[in-house]
Design a protein around this ligand. Structure first.
Ligand code: DHE
Length: 563
């Protein structure tokens, strides 16, 4: 028998469900008709192209909210209403085809006219919610291809492993391993769909690569040629992995963060055997419940057995202590929305992460487990991992570029070296903004042995900017940067699609910079290598297998977080 209180609750729940059902029906009724085949095409394209920015539930993050109907309270207390149904098919077609000034890229050279029309209709329907993915699903997906005791006992090749580059071949779902000394392609391996990033084990022996389909690939560099020894699925959509790097835990664990379902997973570092999954659903820093708080960047601390896990939509930064996985302890630090990418300061005590919707950089003190600062910056900071160097006037600084503004921001970071005590007054302040030729930067990079700062602009709408990189002289930051036309230097013929010059990465010695020339899916792309001192072209690595190269991860620099 139900108590009166319970029946009141049941009635309220039934009423809420009825309202939700009505809202869903309204969306279904009002949304333009689609055949089942068109819905399937829409679902596939949405997952592959749109979910990364707009979210699976379409609540918006880097991209706008794309629910059929939304309403929200604004500062003056009134309610704002909107949604894709209100925009309608022809307006949505225009936005998808041409992009927006808010940063959405144009899809008219990626999707056909029919596909654009399907997408404009598809996003007026109630979002399709993919299934959850639990530990049992993860265990079922796990493939241990070569057990640890059957792997090489020592390095079998003569390749200088520390200078190998793991290079994302984005649209082929492959990873190229290139010998940094000879610049020969050592091996090309299958990885996950639209492979995203690679990280190195603490020992430098294993490469972990994660695809947007959530597939993690464990590659052993000790073989004569690199070999995949295990794979596992983290979920339906993922972006980040890192290993356990604290002394005594080297190569022991791997952590992976997913966009869908919103959670992080802990695995055995040498086999990928799934150990634990932890959900990140919860409240945002503004106090609203969020059903899809996705895991953005993850980094492994060197000073504690901890990972820094940045949860995008909630703005919460979690310090996950992996010393006792069964009784997992986490410290949750409030920062700002929406957390994305970031990197260590020079001392590796502070992790600085972009809160891109708030135009801020959040800095976590991993020693005290507290937020050290929230620094206001220009629009949409996008550091990649950032860049650390000694500013001639302000001492140690960390740099970030911006997707949304024409500057590189330099933030003063603390130092325990008594020589730097005089710079303390500047800590956590923006000490300089270097002018760039426009917005659309994704990555900046330097190296402790270099006096240059390299910045790309692949998302700038002008061809001449997107296909070039700019180099700043750290000894004289008031000097205009040197422009390097990477597309021209590659010697490849111009194509209709932009050939975006992106992700500068140093070699181990810190005297060469490798740039990806990221062309269209059916065009020849290249890796273009420059001498860091003279800025002269050193080598163009091009080969039919080099298709859509993006991120490059030098073994030594990635292993030791050198940037
Ligand atoms: Fe990335 C890092 C998410 C699109 C190339 N990207 C990251 C990280 C996150 C992220 C959370 C930090 C990982 C970490 O440190 O643990 N990226 C996303 C997206 O959500 C987004 C905006 C849209 C999407 O659909 O995925 C996106 N990223 C891209 C690209 O289109 C890029 C330019 C090309 C590509 O290969 O897909 C791209 N992202 C990269 C690279 C890094 C990265 C190269 C690692 C930078 C580094 O130096 O470590």
């Amino acid at each position: 028998m139900m108590t009166p209180k319970l029946s009141r609750l049941a009635a309220a729940l039934a009423a809420t469900l009825a309202v939700n059902a009505q809202a869903q029906d309204a969306a279904a009724v009002a949304a333009p008709a689609m055949t089942q085949a068109e819905v399937e095409i829409g679902k596939k394209i949405y997952f592959e192209r749109c979910a990364g920015c707009h979210g699976v539930l379409r609540k918006g993050a880097t991209g706008k909210n794309l629910e059929p109907h939304w309403s929200r309270k604004v500062a003056d207390g009134s309610t704002q209403e909107g949604g894709t149904l209100k925009l309608g098919t022809s307006r949505l077609e225009k936005i998808i085809a041409l992009g927006t000034e808010g940063g959405m890229v144009n899809y008219d050279d990626i999707l056909t006219k029919d596909e654009i029309n399907i997408m404009a209709r598809y996003i007026q329907r109630t979002p399709d919610v993919p299934p959850e993915f639990g530990l049992k699903d993860m265990q079922a997906s796990w493939k241990l291809l070569v057990p640890v005791d059957q792997r090489p006992k020592k390095q079998m090749s003569k390749v200088n492993l520390k200078n190998v580059f793991a290079i994302t071949l984005r649209d082929t779902g492959k990873l190229a391993l290139v010998d940094g000394d000879t610049k020969n392609i050592w091996q090309v391996l299958d990885t996950g769909y639209a492979v995203h990033i690679s990280r190195l084990s603490a020992s430098g022996r294993y490469v972990y690569t994660v695809g947007r389909d959530g597939l993690v690939t464990l590659i052993d560099l000790w073989y004569e040629t690199p070999t995949t020894v295990a794979t596992v699925k983290l979920g339906a959509d993922a972006r980040s992995v890192d290993t356990s790097k604290f002394k005594g835990y080297e190569d022991k664990y791997l952590i992976g963060g997913t966009y869908w379902p919103p959670q992080y997973s802990i695995m055995d570092g040498e086999t990928l055997k799934p150990i634990k999954i932890v959900s990140t659903r919860g409240n945002t820093v503004d106090g609203e419940y969020h059903p899809e708080p996705r895991v953005a960047s993850i980094v492994s601390s060197m000073i504690k057995p901890e990972w820094v896990v940045n949860v995008k939509e909630t703005g919460q930064i979690m310090l996950v202590d992996y010393s006792d996985i069964k009784n997992l302890k986490t410290t949750t630090i409030e920062s700002a929305k929406f957390l994305h990418d970031g990197g260590w300061d020079a001392s590796k005590r502070y992790f600085l992460v972009a809160a891109n919707a708030s135009h801020k950089i959040a800095a976590v003190d991993t020693k005290t487990g507290k937020l050290a600062a929230l620094v206001d910056t220009k629009k949409i900071p996008h550091p990649g991992r950032g860049a650390n160097f000694m500013h001639p006037q302000f001492g140690p600084v960390w740099a970030t570029g911006h997707l949304g503004d024409a500057v590189i921001t330099l933030i003063s970071t603390p130092s325990e070296d008594p020589k730097n005590a005089k710079f303390k007054q500047h800590n956590w302040k923006v000490v300089q903004e270097l002018k760039t030729n426009g917005a659309g930067n994704l990555f900046v990079k330097t190296h402790p042995k270099s006096s240059n700062l390299w910045a790309d602009m692949p998302m700038n709408p002008e061809r001449e900017n997107a296909e070039s990189v700019y180099v700043y002289d750290l000894k004289d930051l008031n000097k205009a940067p040197v422009k390097i036309d990477v597309a021209k230097d590659s010697g490849l013929p111009q194509t209709k699609a932009l050939r975006r010059a992106t992700h500068p990465e140093y070699n181990q010695a810190g005297d060469e910079v490798w740039i990806s020339l990221w062309g269209g899916k059916t065009d020849q792309s290249a890796i273009v290598v420059y001498d860091d001192k003279t800025l002269k072209l050193k080598k163009v690595i091009t080969d039919p297998r080099i298709v859509t190269p993006t991120g490059k991860f030098n073994v030594y620099n990635t292993q030791h977080d050198i940037y």
